[in-house]
Design a binder for this molecule. Sequence first.
Ligand SMILES: [Zn+2]
Length: 127
Amino acid sequence: MGLEVLSINDLESRVEGWLPFSQVGGNPMQWHDVPFECGCGEIHYYNNVRTPMLLVKEGKKGGVVILSTECKHLNAIQFKGFFNFSIVSLFSCKLGDKDESFGLQNKELLAEIEDLSSRFSDSWEGW
Ligand SMILES: [Zn+2]
């Protein structure tokens, strides 16, 4: 599989201009529990609480950034399919320390993570 693992800065530059999910909304229920390859090397299952969307490229099918909360990786993925749903992983990075803004420069991306972690902390291990 072709998932690229990047530094945080490289991932941020690739997603420049993608929109915060909180401004776009929508919840692609069709892809719930669909497996995807994560930058940590494991397979996870898409879920709007435990792997929520953070950033959305125009049109959504162009790509979204999700947060794998259990391993603290960002993953840029594409939702694929109309009858058979699948997820293609594009690139990934591991977040840095929470005390250092996770190593993020992108304030909108940071704000999305902070907002979600305050709402979902009960469901997220180790946050
Ligand atoms: Zn992972």
